[in-house]
Design a protein around this ligand. Structure first.
Ligand SMILES: [Fe+2]
Length: 218
């Protein structure tokens, strides 16, 4: 007779590369700092409710994605792709947007001014093109000034919903304008053009200069 043998099953080890959850970044200024261009009420709701919701939904979707991958459940992985695109895009876009704005954002530096003049003729033409294309977005979305590394030039583009610029177009974002109604409706009602024109007065050029320098090295 053989004695019953205990089969020892080791406990699964903790994943040392456990994913950390995304969290809401602090604004680099007070909610009231962008008055009168963007009201305190809009800033507080936009940051603490809307951006926070994208992050919460992204964290939940990523957890579900991990489970689906562990189970080899490809259907669920595919379904979660659009959820991650929307909420991950919302997190990326708003994280850029807060830094793109400032009550005292300075001016474009020499390198960025030179590139704007080369690609658009002058600053006013760039603003005009970006305003027009952004105001004309159907439904919700974003207008962007981005950089095309292939052609080494600035480009203007729009993205629907929360589609992130780089992942969906290849352009690297420099400055974005959020034209979801949650960004302006409480203050500007349905008059999107006035909001878009006004936002150029609170561009944080220091941030845009730094993004341009980070891409181009100049
Ligand atoms: Fe937004």
């Amino acid at each position: 007779m053989f004695a019953a043998r205990r089969i020892l099953v080791s406990k699964p080890t903790k994943d040392v590369f456990a994913r950390s959850k995304h969290s809401l970044p602090n604004l680099p200024y007070d909610y009231k700092a962008l008055e009168p261009i963007i009201s305190t009420e809009i800033m507080e709701l936009h940051h603490s409710k809307h951006h926070a919701t994208y992050i919460n939904n992204l964290n939940v979707a990523e957890e579900k994605m991990e489970e689906a991958i562990a189970k080899g459940d490809i259907n669920t992985q595919i379904a979660l792709g659009s959820v991650i695109k929307f909420n991950g895009g919302g997190h990326i876009n708003h994280s850029i947007f807060w830094c793109n704005l400032s009550p005292n954002g300075g001016n474009p530096d020499a390198a960025l001014s030179k590139q704007i003049n080369k690609d658009f003729g002058c600053m006013e033409e760039m603003k005009k093109s970006l305003s027009q294309i952004t105001i004309a977005i159907q439904g919700s979305g974003w207008g962007w000034l981005g950089y095309d590394k292939k052609t080494k030039s600035l480009r203007i583009a729009t993205c629907a919903n929360q589609d992130p610029l780089q992942a969906t177009t290849g352009l690297i974002p420099l400055f974005g304008i959020d034209v979801w109604e949650h960004a302006y409706y409480l203050q500007y009602k349905n008059v999107r053009p006035v909001y878009v024109e006004a936002i150029f007065d609170i561009i944080n050029w220091k941030d845009v200069n730094a993004r341009f320098k980070n891409i181009t090295g100049c």
